[in-house]
Write a protein that binds this ligand. Structure first.
Ligand code: COA
Length: 355
């Protein structure tokens, strides 16, 4: 039976370490508050004017490609998950193709806009391309340069302290080995509360989404305006161009959906939590991961956490954590590994695989 294996994996974390105390110097927050609520001690920021989401992705991708024993020219398809793309369009997939020096035009490149679940969705999509026989080497990347789009005033503190920059990548290939590869994936979405965790402006909504907000918002559109409503002066002047998060709402849903989808993939594969060698959860918040661990009755050595060092790197968090666990010898050939994520949308999902 043809399955999809992760043939190579890589990660990239930029050099600049931003500690909680560094954020305290620009906004009203404290190391104590951040650690107590999120477990985060520090995060990495990319170098402005030198690094972008795409350049960080390229670092991670080169490592994954080398470890898969191939060259960039062997890549057939790129799946790029990010919420902080270099440009509004075109997407980062084609920018990564260029950055990697892939000149052949027989490949395809696609961007995934699923925020924190982007990589899990990407892996499930790449798996289908491989198993259908359409492609032999699929590059799946999650990368974020959040630091470029955060509100560093006290108003944005509940969001800003959580997020960090980084990238992770895998190369997917077919395998005939019975004890290796992706066993199954489950993907979910519920758009009911889309604006509870969202980056709305600039956008083509023209105020239309106001009817879904608890409080209507005035964006400064002139009645006789025909153009220029994608980004208004009012949005810029009043700092409306930042992510919004209803933290407690997100927390409550996350601790419900994570365990559900993890159980779902285990059940589908005829496995149970006791046989799980490693859960690699999206690094949303250490308290969320600890909650999930308690609900599923997992031991400490069955869950990989690194949010303390890197913060929440959204689409990059699962591949970075998986890569780190593999590099540390915590995941070995044949291990049963579950990747799980929950995020904006809301969307959530999981992949179960034998390493
Ligand atoms: N530093 C200090 N105080 C802060 C703060 C910060 N960085 N951020 C928020 N606060 C304040 C709030 O202003 C509020 O003050 P008030 O009581 O005077 O109004 C107080 O802390 C409590 O705010 P609240 O949002 O209710 O805190 P919380 O206990 O829910 O913790 C989160 C906030 C964001 C840490 C928490 O809700 C969370 O982790 N949610 C999930 C977030 C997540 O995982 N997002 C990613 C999903 S992929």
């Amino acid at each position: 039976m043809l399955r999809t294996k992760i043939a190579g994996i890589g990660k990239y974390l930029p050099d600049t370490i931003v500690k909680n105390d560094d954020l305290q110097s620009v906004m009203e927050t404290s190391d104590e508050w951040i650690q107590e609520r999120t477990g985060i001690q520090e995060r990495r920021y990319g170098t402005k004017h030198q690094e972008t989401t795409t350049t960080m992705a390229a670092h991670a991708a080169r490592t994954a490609i080398e470890r898969a024993g191939i060259t960039p020219e062997d890549i057939d398809f790129i799946l790029f998950a990010t919420l902080s793309p270099d440009y509004y369009f075109p997407g980062c997939g084609v920018l990564l193709q260029r950055e990697l020096g892939i000149t052949k035009t027989t490949i395809g490149a696609m961007d995934i806009r699923n925020q924190c679940t982007g990589f899990v969705y990407g892996l499930a999509t790449g798996d289908q391309f491989i198993r259908s026989g359409m492609y032999k080497n699929v590059l799946v990347v999650g990368a974020e340069m959040h630091s470029m789009g955060l509100d560093y005033s006290t108003r944005g503190r509940n969001v800003t302290v959580i997020f960090g920059d980084g990238a992770g990548a895998v190369v997917l290939q077919p395998t005939g080995e019975a004890d290796q590869g992706i066993l199954c994936s489950k993907l979910h979405s519920d758009g009911t509360h889309a604006e509870k965790l969202a980056f709305i402006n600039p956008g083509a909504h023209g105020g239309y989404h106001n009817r879904y907000l608890d409080e209507p918002v005035e964006y400064g559109y002139g009645k006789e305006t025909y153009g220029g409503i994608f980004l208004t002066e009012k949005m810029v002047e009043e700092g409306m161009t930042y992510p919004y998060m209803d933290g407690p709402f997100v927390f409550k849903l996350a601790v419900q959906k994570f365990p559900e989808v993890i159980q779902e993939v285990l059940q589908e594969a005829g496995e149970d939590v006791a046989s799980l060698d490693m859960l690699v959860p999206h690094q949303a918040n250490l308290r969320i991961s600890q909650f999930v661990q308690r609900i599923l009755k997992l031991r400490d050595d069955q869950v990989w956490n690194n949010i303390q060092k890197y913060g929440n790197t959204t689409a990059a968090s699962v591949p970075i954590a998986l890569c780190e666990a593999v590099e540390n010898g915590a995941i070995k050939r044949g291990d049963l590994v579950c990747l799980a994520a929950f995020g904006s949308g809301f969307t959530w999902g999981a992949n179960l695989l034998r390493w």
